[in-house]
Ligand binder design. Sequence first.
Ligand code: 3PG
Ligand code: MG
Length: 398
Amino acid sequence: MKNLRNYEIINKKVLFRADLNVPVLDEVITDSSRILAIKSSIKNLILNKNKIFIIAHFRRPKGEVSEKYSLKFILPSLREILRIEKIHFLENLQKDKINKTINDMQYGEVCLIENIRFQKTEEKIDLNFAKNISSFFDVYVNDAFSASHRNHTSITGFAKYIPAVAGNHLIQEIKNIDSFLENAKTPNMAIVGGSKISTKIKLFNNLIKRFNCIVIGGAMANTFLLSNNIDIGKSLVEKDLVDEAQNIQKKAKQYNCKLILPTDVVCGKNLDDKKPFEFNINEIASNFMILDLGKSTTQVINQEIINSKMVLWNGPVGAFEYTPYDKATTEIALNIKENAKKLNIDILAGGGDTVSSIKNANAEGGFKYISNAGGAFLEWLEGNQSPGVIALKENNLI
Ligand code: 3PG
Ligand code: MG
């Protein structure tokens, strides 16, 4: 796979795939790491006097143009974080518009293309479109590891027609995740949280074989508890996955992987309930829902972390967006911050919510690596090569 360190791109028209699908709350970007991620590659391409066209998506407009999903809002942050004074903006991919922008631009300048998911030809892979668009450019760079699990035109299509190169951040993500998995130290553990087992079945099946211990937190733990005949009150649950939760537990036994499920929990009447109650797992009142791990479960997890040499974390263990149900997640993050370096524990974290809870706790310093990928991180851990990475590897036009 070619990358910006072993393949020089100079004075070219570059189509650059970034992942600018940043978290936004009340019109404010709450985490800019995906913008920061492309800085190194963009700098390199600017220094080498290329005309750089950033192509990216925002949310899921499903092929419809909609002001709500326009990428224009991100221009000021792009300018500030990438330290670029002027960024051109391309409203759509009509041929005359592309040509005009290319002509207007100086070498060493950057243009942002409007949300690529406004195009019907993006999510339903369209090779004709890919061929047409790539004919305006000399080279394609993919620096969007976090979107590379999508087989979409801007991720896999262009690499079929023009030389394709991996960006610095994409390489960094793969290197760090792979080296973590390959250099397995024991004892090790994985913390898996989040709301749905359905999205993580394959992950569990893979992790059980690799890890000595898996903590199950977040709403998905409720389905496991229910499968063990525990009354979980009004808690969120995936009833149709109770059998699957049992299978996962059986498989863990087979592979000698210890599963840690909650033994005590923090509950509320709903997500906005500011008066949390702690319950032992066998005593949950029927009008309450589980929203966080209890003290003693959190303590057990924190001790297990301290006894480990390697920890993987994906998914908050409670409803962390709703204070005070962020407590266990924050305590785990702070325990990592305090002890990981001191005790030489390698800790890898990934997933959008996981990263923002680590940042909320101001605990980034404890981690060996934090991936800014969500779905792509999970799929990589499941052992799937991303379609975007395969497309780069298969490109033979250089
Ligand atoms: C992400 O945020 O995980 C990536 O940008 C991919 O977005 P998607 O899940 O909407 O395809
Ligand atoms: Mg996603």
